[in-house]
Design a protein around this ligand. Structure first.
Ligand code: ZN
Length: 159
């Protein structure tokens, strides 16, 4: 249903999407009812000058088509918003997954380090007496503090 072509071929040169506010000539638009047989009483936008000077190039737009344009534009905006929200949620959940993996890895590293320290201390106690073992116990205490801090950060991030 191409209506602008039935009005005049010169009107199709410029396309106005949605509800127009002003004519290209700067005049405010008025709504008129069509008097042609094929569009009888169908409403359209036109400026006063355009109505008086039919041979000049002024804005012409059917009101029903302008309203359909507006609805389509809102639909497109809603679709875009939905897509944006979807990708935002995806990237946020990916980020949390990454952070969780990283924290799990870090905690495992610390656990391994603690295990190594414990093994080393046990070996030291067995081989070189209690004096050397003291410094290793200090290392374990430091590692325990680090581990505690990491666990605290991890709990903060995941809750
Ligand atoms: Zn005009």
């Amino acid at each position: 249903m191409s209506s602008s072509t039935s009005y005049s071929s010169s009107q199709t040169r410029r396309v106005t999407v949605g509800i127009p506010t002003r004519c290209w000539c700067g005049s405010t638009l008025t709504t008129f009812g069509s008097k042609t047989k094929e569009n009888l009483f169908r409403r359209f936008y036109r400026c006063e000058i355009g109505v008086r000077r039919q041979n000049e190039d002024h804005l012409f737009k059917w009101i029903d088509e302008a309203i359909i344009d507006e609805i389509n534009m809102v639909d497109a905006k809603v679709s875009k918003l939905q897509a944006d929200l979807g990708s935002f949620m995806k990237s946020t959940s990916d980020l949390f997954d990454k952070q969780e993996n990283y924290m799990d890895g870090a905690i495992n590293d610390i656990k391994n380090l603690l295990q190594q320290q414990t093994n080393l201390t046990n070996q030291t106690i067995q081989s070189s007496g209690p004096e050397k073992a003291k410094s290793n116990i200090l290392n374990i205490a430091t590692a325990a503090v680090v581990f505690g801090t990491m666990a605290f950060i991890y709990a903060k991030l995941t809750n």
